[in-house]
Design a protein around this ligand. Sequence first.
Ligand code: ITT
Length: 193
Amino acid sequence: MIQELIIATQNKHKIGEIKPLFPSNIKLIALKDLNFSEDIPETGATLVENALQKARFVYKKFGRNCFADDTGFEISALHGRPGVYSARYAGEGCTPKDNVRKVLLEMKDESQRQARFCTVIALIFDGIEYVFEGEVLGEILCAETGGEGFGYDPIFKPAHSNLSFAQMPLSEKNKISHRARALEKMLEFLKTR
Ligand code: ITT
């Protein structure tokens, strides 16, 4: 039987990454398919709170199974920043490029360059909430490198790779990414439903 699942995001890059990882027996429904184009509030203090807040918002509105992704980019030398503030690190209304520039500036003279991406997926299935997490460890590059991907991808090089996320084709990023790992756990869970 085909299951339907709403993806509770307005970020088209996330949808582009998630879609190819879905099996054909699950139909992914985007918010734009439901003519819903508003930003979903995310005011929590953690990725888990934000993911749950977004999923609950969409579940309340449509009353259908759904999941949300909240992702943070955490840099050790910056004590975990941008973290939960990854989308608006350079200030309200900033662009992803502004965020990248701010990080590069803050990291200019820093030799300790460890960083990680973490994705929390909150799923609401038949009215019950589930949370899945994925991470990828790596380091901050000294300059933007590559034109693929989105957000902080041009300045992140995963461990054991010679390429930044933005130098990889999507199929490569999707083998190791934070998002793919969290999604894999959710898809394993859905197999049991
Ligand atoms: P939704 O809340 O509508 O899902 P968003 O863009 O606000 O979209 P997040 O709060 O989860 O999503 O993400 C925060 C920011 O982190 C996002 O705007 C990107 O710039 C960045 N980001 C998220 N996932 C990323 C990835 O896989 N690679 C690089 N940057 C990423």
